[in-house]
Design a protein around this ligand. Structure first.
Ligand SMILES: Cc1cc2nc3c(=O)[nH]c(=O)nc-3n(C[C@H](O)[C@H](O)[C@H](O)COP(=O)(O)OP(=O)(O)OC[C@H]3O[C@@H](n4cnc5c(N)ncnc54)[C@H](O)[C@@H]3O)c2cc1C
Length: 394
């Protein structure tokens, strides 16, 4: 692999960096963002998405014909690097940009694309992903939500869970069972559901860290026009595979662990909080260096994944390796930091007794999500066991 960036790629980086420096998101401060309430954070992210969109910086990986930039894989990588470097927030319509939009571009009819794509990009219509259910997460094909044909509609009954941003969403990309007489993968269909349809109840789930990012969503005789099918009836599994492939490529587990290790390095250097600085202790220095080395190893493994993408190959088992290693490293760093910093790390809000304004408390309660979302650590180990080590299926 060539580790150098081409002159065009460097030019892309400079253009983006200059734009970001000249156009910071309004009302956003990386130091205080996490302490704002959910709605205020969402409003800042929405304004940021609109600002980025006006300058053509949203959905850069989408084809130009659908309002994207048709960015190369390397440009997408540079984009992510620059966003992390500048500590900028995510856009509000994360599910729309990363998942629903690319899925619609792949599977939607021309009419569906014309209707939904522009407002996903500009943030006017927020999307959510209704795949997981109480009894179907790792094994999505076990889903029980039903869609029964009645005239020009399907009537949907059932429950989804962990539906991120459903409380803000206008549309849901929903999987439901349309035939229960065939093997489970063959009787699923995918729909666009207008979240304002009568019969839908959204209940936010308050998490241990105080956020309520995801929800339970209940469907009680919800009528969805047949025109809202994505792909053919009973072709939902193939649509879901496309979505999960996009999720696997765009779910960024590396940036959060990079940020957490950088914050650990910063805190062990500080004398004012823990004089003398914790970083003078040999055991602490060794452990922090070990984390940093592990991170570099994961980053180089992720470049293998990038090489596959550059060749146009589908994501391979390398992506499971990176997902597993990065999310588990993230957990270990946070456990180490909270043990090292002691009770001061458990102060949640800005306080004179706290360290880093509650950053570590928030991390300690939130970091587990990376070992679950986008496929749990156990599922990644299964993939590695079967596809790299050639072990029999469990
Ligand atoms: C922050 C966050 C946001 C999310 N957002 C969304 C969203 O917007 N839309 C959506 O549809 N879903 C969303 N999810 C759900 C996510 O996809 C699921 O949580 C995930 O797939 C795991 O499913 P589950 O929670 O049902 O756990 P389960 O599948 O029930 O697993 C429970 C435990 O059993 C283990 N396990 C399961 N099967 C196996 C096996 N075969 N071998 C070994 N161990 C196994 C798992 O690793 C886990 O430890 C989100 C999750 C999180 C954490």
């Amino acid at each position: 692999m060539d580790f150098e960036y081409s002159p065009q790629e460097e030019a892309f980086r400079q253009e983006l960096r200059a734009w970001l420096a000249a156009n910071p998101p309004e009302g956003y401060d990386p130091e205080t963002f996490q302490y704002l309430d959910e709605e205020t954070r969402f409003a800042i992210q929405l304004a940021w998405q609109k600002q980025l969109h006006r300058a053509g910086w949203v959905g850069i990986h989408w084809p130009k014909a659908y309002g994207g930039r048709g960015a190369t894989v390397m440009e997408q990588t540079i984009y992510r690097q620059e966003m992390v470097r500048a500590r900028l927030p995510e856009v509000a319509n994360l599910m729309g940009i990363r998942i629903a939009g690319p899925t619609l571009i792949h599977w939607g009819t021309e009419e569906q694309k014309r209707r939904y794509i522009p407002t996903i990009l500009n943030g006017e219509e927020i999307w959510c992903q209704g795949y997981s259910e109480p009894g179907a997460g790792s094994d999505i094909a076990a889903l029980q939500t039903r869609a029964v044909e009645e005239g020009d509609d399907f009537v949907i009954n059932g429950q989804k869970v962990w539906t991120s941003y459903a409380q803000y969403a206008r549309y849901c990309l929903l999987l439901a069972r349309t035939d229960s007489t065939v093997p489970k993968h063959k009787g699923i269909s995918c729909f666009v559901v207008d979240m304002q349809t009568p019969g839908i109840t959204v209940r936010p789930l308050r998490q241990i860290n105080g956020d309520a990012e995801f929800n339970e969503v209940f469907f009680d005789n919800v009528r969805v026009p047949k025109a809202n099918l994505i792909g053919e009836k009973n072709q939902g599994w193939q649509v879901a595979i496309t979505t999960l492939m996009f999720e696997r490529v765009t779910f960024d587990v590396l940036s959060p662990v990079e940020a957490v290790i950088q914050q650990l390095i910063n805190v062990v250097k500080q004398e004012e909080t823990t004089a003398p600085a914790l970083g003078v202790d040999a055991t602490v220095r060794q452990q922090v260096a070990r984390f940093y080395i592990e991170l570099q190893a994961i980053k180089y493994s992720s470049l293998r994944q990038l090489t596959r993408q550059l060749r146009g190959d589908p994501p391979g088992p390398e992506s499971s390796l990176v997902k597993l290693a990065a999310s588990e490293l993230n957990l270990r760093v946070v456990h180490f930091a909270t043990a090292l910093l002691g009770p001061a790390s458990q102060v949640a809000a800005k306080s004179e007794q706290g360290i880093d304004g509650g950053y570590w408390m928030h991390c300690a309660l939130s970091t587990h999500l990376f070992t679950i979302a986008g496929g749990t650590s156990e599922i990644q180990r299964n993939i590695l066991g079967e596809r790299i080590l050639g072990l029999p299926k469990g």
